[in-house]
Design a protein around this ligand. Structure first.
Ligand code: PMP
Length: 472
């Protein structure tokens, strides 16, 4: 960690309120100041190099130095640096981006609404769903369902959708009419002897029961990330979305696919709804849409929803929703350029070619005594650290084992994400085989060091608390 003598560090502590940070720890430790990026690497102000194993926040798909994106931003800045899309106004970058997205999506979608973040994309989806049900004369059909451990953002509505305790505790969330159903993590939540299919059936019947209990006339929509990202990289069990969608259709409940992490090739298809056979009514996108270079996101709606919005806005006078920076021309131009690069460089073929190696190396770490589960798909994965591997017994959360492994990985020159005691990996899509090897070599060293450190800490208190290391 950066010594506190560093003047940038002192200025940061004096001035910046950090998201997702223990604010007391931050006063002691200070920030890691990143000064530049190149390819899959970033560098701190001491010149130390890191592999960015999470592509920033699951977003920098084209790495940290793509000149075409810089040039696209410069070009658009010089032509029209700002304009909006309210009140019948428009501009070329937002039109071109919307057209390209509609062409790229596998499902028949009708219109694209632009926002600046994934949270806003989901908030917009919720407001559209409420407006839609009012338009259809169903004022009671307003409850929104999502899953425990889901991550859909942090604004008041998106934060209510999110199913993680830290996003609710002391923020007075979730607000009313947001309900959470079971998390589809087979390793953690399947019953003994339950197959993946049986587990999926049980979750679908729990969903069915909840909708029946609440009254189908009060339940509007179900939000789901195809693969849950910030909840721990949780891949759905076999048959899950087929079974869930049957229940939703039966009760006339809309499906919203949150593709904010999965979209644009992350799981090996352009959108993860293809991989998992999802037919959503609304799709939300963000992050890799601009390779994370500028803030832009989208809420994409089906034609029946659009038609209802048209009728209602005509009846009441306005569809009064939008942000100052909805469809910002520079962000949109960078997103258009990002999509062009994905196509020209066959990014999907690249992901498909290297994902098996990525998954092999990830799953290879399952042999480590600390790893209870190695899971993932495409260029997305996680390792779950456990105290007792055969019994899947987790560590005491107070030990903060995930944080320890995260810190040691950083010392080894690798940035990952600790989600409780899971370590998430989600590198830039442009990563190559040699860089994948280096990423997992560093991760492996960090796990060994975590293991040694845990044994050292446990020696006095409880000599058998941590399994013996089974390899060099
Ligand atoms: N949905 C998903 C699936 C996400 O992973 C995230 C962010 N990690 C969001 C929504 C929220 O996006 P943002 O942070 O841009 O508001």
């Amino acid at each position: 960690m950066i010594p506190l003598g560093n003047s940038l560090t002192r200025r940061d502590i004096a001035s910046v309120l950090h998201p997702y940070t223990n604010l007391r720890d931050h006063q002691k430790k200070g920030p890691l100041i990143i000064t530049r990026g190149r390819g899959v690497h970033v560098y701190d102000d001491d010149g130390k190099e890191y592999i960015e194993g999470l592509a920033g926040l699951w977003c920098a798909s084209l790495g940290f130095s793509e000149p075409r994106l810089t040039e696209a931003a410069q070009r658009q800045m010089a032509i029209l640096p700002y304009y909006h899309v309210f009140t019948h106004k428009s501009h070329e970058p937002s039109i071109e981006l919307a057209e390209r997205l509609l062409k790229l999506l596998p499902a028949p979608m009708s219109k694209v609404f632009f926002n600046c973040s994934g949270s806003e994309a989901n908030d917009t989806a919720i407001k559209i769903i409420w407006y839609y049900n009012n338009a259809l004369g169903r004022p009671k059909k307003k409850k929104i369902l999502s899953r425990l451990r889901a991550y859909h953002g942090v604004t008041v509505a998106a934060g209510s959708l999110t199913g993680l305790p830290n996003n609710h505790r002391d923020f007075d969330l979730p607000i009313a009419n947001f309900l959470h159903v079971g998390c589809p993590h087979y390793y953690r939540f399947a019953r003994i002897g339950e197959s993946e299919e049986d587990f999926a059936s049980r979750l679908a019947s729990e969903l069915d029961q909840l909708i029946v209990n609440e009254g189908a006339d009060t339940v509007a929509a179900f939000f789901a990330e195809p693969v849950m990202g910030a909840g721990g990289v949780l891949v759905p069990p076999k048959g899950y979305f087929d079974k869930i969608q049957k229940v939703l259709r039966k009760h006339d409940v809309l499906l919203v696919a949150d593709e904010v992490i999965c979209g644009f090739g992350r799981v090996g298809t352009m959108f993860a709804i293809e991989t998992y056979g999802m037919q959503p009514d609304i799709i939300t996108l963000g992050k890799q849409m601009s390779s994370g270079y500028l803030p832009i996101s989208a809420t994409i709606i089906s034609n029946p929803i659009f038609e209802a919005l048209v009728a209602e806005s005509d009846k009441i006078g306005l569809f009064a929703h939008g942000f100052t920076h909805s469809g910002h021309p520079v962000a949109a131009a960078v997103a258009v350029e990002t999509l062009k690069i994905y196509e020209e460089r066959h990014i999907l073929d690249h992901v498909r070619a290297i994902a098996p190696h990525f998954q092999d190396r990830l799953r290879g770490l399952y042999s480590h005594p600390l790893i209870g589960e190695a899971r993932g798909v495409g260029l997305l994965g996680a390792l779950e650290l456990v105290r007792d591997k055969p019994n899947k017994e987790p560590f005491d959360p107070a030990l903060k084992v995930g944080d320890l492994a995260f810190e040691l990985a950083q010392e080894e020159g690798l940035i990952v994400r600790a989600i409780g005691d899971s370590l998430a990996v989600c590198p830039p899509l442009i990563i190559n085989d040699a860089e994948i090897d280096e990423l997992f070599n560093r991760l492996s060293r960090a796990l060994d060091r975590t293991h040694v450190e845990l044994r050292r800490r446990a020696t006095d208190a409880e000599p058998t608390a941590v399994p013996r290391i089974a390899r060099a």
